[in-house]
Design a protein around this ligand. Structure first.
Ligand code: FE2
Length: 402
């Protein structure tokens, strides 16, 4: 009995460390209970703090990057500050000094901006740096209303940049995406030769991210072929689930995926062992067609992460702004001694040097950027719909041409 009580108590304490009560503002998996891990990316200089984020168990890692700066730390790409996340930062503060600056280098990354006010409250003496052109949805609220104190809030570009002697800052955008604007400002940490970005580039590999070791449910849920199959935890199932999550996260609706008739979905549900919320009562409304695995492996690196422009960004944000994207890459290719990319999604550290950057530029120049074939079909149809409804503009640069 005492053991049971202790276990329950430990579970409660552990859960309270992961709690994030503001989750209804951006209701994505894993909702109000977010496991956080920390990884040292560059010894004694850069750390990645990761949580999962997704929809319908399609979860991928999202990352806050911590950089050692003179007399303290700088946080880039904020995340929901659960007690667990703050405890990791406190450990770094004990060794390296206080958090001096918190940087939100994106104007559109809702998943980071949602955490900025809470971060501002956690680090009351830190300077807050924002990418210009911040907007909120569905209501565009002023920054003060969102909980960002004006006396310690600054804007990248307009007010300069934090530590320009240590970092080079390179802006991508702004691009008009209808609801607001897309812009992200890459940050090159010269000492560690690391380029820290938000969404534009990612590196994906075939090994499921470490966070799934704490709860592999999303992998196992999507590794099945129908709702009547139990969630079975094997390495193969985890790997299969990961390939499918990558396809979902990259293309929203992969082309070798169909939705079975509702009668079939219902018929496969509520089987013994699956009548629980974890298994969504056995409801699995997808059917993967032959060849799906091969199409996943085209965007996943085998031995090391495969560097790429995130397909959603390419097809929904930059379809008519290829040159803007290339200009940004051109500037990145001139950064002296670049060695690695640390983006806010997928792999924490990706080999990225000037040669790789030039290679990427060449491959983009020779690709059909507005591709509508295969996995790009759904994104292309969606883009055309938004264009026809005038939700997104034909010329996404027009608004900012002056
Ligand atoms: Fe993102």
């Amino acid at each position: 009995m005492n053991n049971d009580l202790n276990e329950n108590l430990n579970f409660e304490v552990a859960n309270s460390y992961k709690r994030w009560n503001w989750w209804p503002l951006f209701p994505l998996y894993p909702y109000g209970t977010k496991k956080t891990i920390i990884k040292e990316i560059v010894p004694k200089m850069i750390w990645g703090i990761e949580q999962l984020q997704g929809l319908y168990y399609v979860a991928v890692p999202i990352r806050l990057t911590v950089v050692k700066v003179p007399n303290g730390l700088m946080l880039i790409n904020p995340l929901p500050p659960t007690k667990e996340l703050i405890s990791y930062i406190k450990l770094l503060e004990d060794e390296h000094g206080p958090v001096l600056k918190v940087v939100l280098p994106t104007s559109s990354g809702l998943e980071h901006k949602i955490a900025m006010p809470a971060m501002a409250r956690c680090f009351k003496n830190a300077e807050l740096w924002l990418c210009p052109g911040q907007w909120s949805f569905p209501l565009n609220l002023p920054l003060g209303f969102l909980g960002l104190p004006s006396d310690r809030t600054k804007f990248l570009l307009k007010d300069g940049f934090p530590y320009p002697e240590i970092f080079d800052w390179v802006s991508l955008g702004p691009i008009d995406i209808g609801l607001g604007r897309f812009q992200e400002i890459a940050c090159f940490h010269k000492i560690s030769k690391s380029l820290i970005i938000t969404d534009a580039l990612v590196g994906i590999n075939s090994k499921p991210p470490e966070l799934f070791e704490y709860d592999p449910t999303p992998l196992l849920f999507h590794a099945r072929d129908k709702g009547s199959e139990k969630l079975i935890d094997t390495l193969d199932q985890r790997k299969k689930g990961w390939l499918r999550l990558v396809l979902f996260a990259s293309f929203l609706k992969p082309h070798l995926l169909s939705i079975p008739p509702i009668k079939e979905i219902i018929g496969n549900s509520l089987r013994p062992g699956l009548r629980n919320l974890r298994s969504h009562l056995g409801i699995y409304p997808f059917c993967w067609e032959e060849g799906w695995e091969k199409s996943a492996l085209q965007i996943i690196g085998k031995q090391k992460p495969l560097l790429q422009v995130a397909p959603v960004i390419r097809r929904l944000v930059f379809p008519r702004a290829k040159n803007e994207f290339l200009n940004w890459l051109d500037k990145l290719s001139c950064l002296k001694g670049m060695e690695r990319l640390i983006s806010a999604h997928f792999c924490s550290s990706v080999e990225f040097n000037n040669y790789e950057c030039m290679k990427l530029i060449r491959s983009i120049k020779s690709t059909d950027w507005e591709n509508s074939e295969g996995n790009y079909n759904f994104l292309s149809v969606l883009d055309n719909k938004l264009l026809n409804l005038k939700v997104v503009p034909k010329d996404p640069l027009k608004k900012f041409k002056d």
